[in-house]
Design a protein around this ligand. Structure first.
Ligand code: KIV
Length: 294
């Protein structure tokens, strides 16, 4: 990045980054210690994704995640971030029922949890709700392509936009969302060529995940990047570490040490001062004798 990085990063800074040709790095976080590391590493956007449901809460999809889950985890992330822009996902059903409820829910993410923006999944059919949220002065990030909240409609977590018709529909969705006023757009699991065409036509920055290298920014789920995800990672995720294996090894070591009497050591124990120990023994003996007599 050229020039000093604005601190903390604000929504309009992202547009300037696209105009300057600077790539945007976004990572997910769901708790305070992870948020601190992600922020210290220089992530521009810290996303409290509803992927929380799958990588932290152990659900099979993001659908069971609630507003209360999002508010709880976003609060923790906000406490850990001082440089990046914190954006939180609107979970399933929080923006589908009515405009009034949607604005109220987006407002909770800003007012109660302290995020600076919300992310909403879906294309053209979401422009009405997006406009209502924007009317409440809440910045909105869009998300098209493989939108995980549509997993049942898609019949699984599958790459989207593979036919010319499907690709065109995603392009039209992207342009409608830009027109509605989103400040950036996540492109998930779509062909790289399609992501490049969308990115070229948008004024706002695109942020890709499984969408090739031409997007204005890239995002990964932190557990995939760290190698902390159970089971196979998505093919587009790069594992930069094997934290899951490191954690398991450390825990195994602890269990072994406890069973073998090697933990805690003398240095890991607290001790009485010698004079307190002598006094305590005398008094303990006196108490024991009294009890013995009665
Ligand atoms: O929920 C999430 O983490 C996301 C990112 C993968 C973009 O939506």
């Amino acid at each position: 990045m050229s020039g000093p990085r604005p601190c903390p990063l604000a929504v309009p800074d992202l547009l300037k980054m696209k105009q300057r040709g600077e790539k945007i790095a976004m990572l997910t976080a769901y708790d305070y210690p992870t948020a601190r590391q992600v922020d210290a590493a220089g992530a521009d956007i810290v996303l409290v994704g509803d992927s929380l449901g799958m990588v932290v809460l152990g659900y099979e999809s993001t659908l069971p995640v609630t507003m209360n889950d999002m508010v709880h985890h976003t609060k923790a992330v906000v406490r850990g971030v001082s440089h990046g822009l914190v954006v939180a996902d609107m979970p399933y059903l929080s923006y589908h029922v009515s405009l009034r409820e949607s604005v109220r829910n987006a407002g909770r993410i800003i007012q109660e949890a302290g995020a600076k923006g919300v992310k909403v999944e879906g294309g053209r059919k979401r422009t009405r709700v997006i406009r209502a949220i924007l009317d409440a002065e809440i910045p909105v990030m869009g998300h098209v392509g493989l939108t995980p909240q549509s997993v049942h409609a898609f019949g699984g977590f599958k790459v989207q936009g593979k036919s010319a018709t499907a690709a065109l529909a995603i392009l039209e969705d992207a342009l409608s969302l830009e027109e509605a006023g989103v400040f950036s757009l996540v492109l998930e699991a779509i062909p790289a060529e399609l992501a490049a065409m969308i990115t070229e036509r948008l004024t706002i920055p695109s942020i890709g995940i499984g969408a090739g290298p031409s997007c204005d920014g890239q995002v990964l789920v932190i557990h995939d990047l760290l190698g902390a995800t159970e089971g196979p990672c998505p093919s587009f995720a790069r594992r930069y570490a094997e934290v899951g294996a490191t954690m398991r090894e450390a825990c195994r070591h602890f269990v072994q040490d406890v069973r073998g009497g090697q933990f805690p050591s003398d240095a890991e124990s607290n001790h009485l001062k010698p004079e307190v120990l002598v006094e305590m023994r005398d008094r303990f003996e006196a108490v024991t004798k009294r009890q013995w007599r009665s």
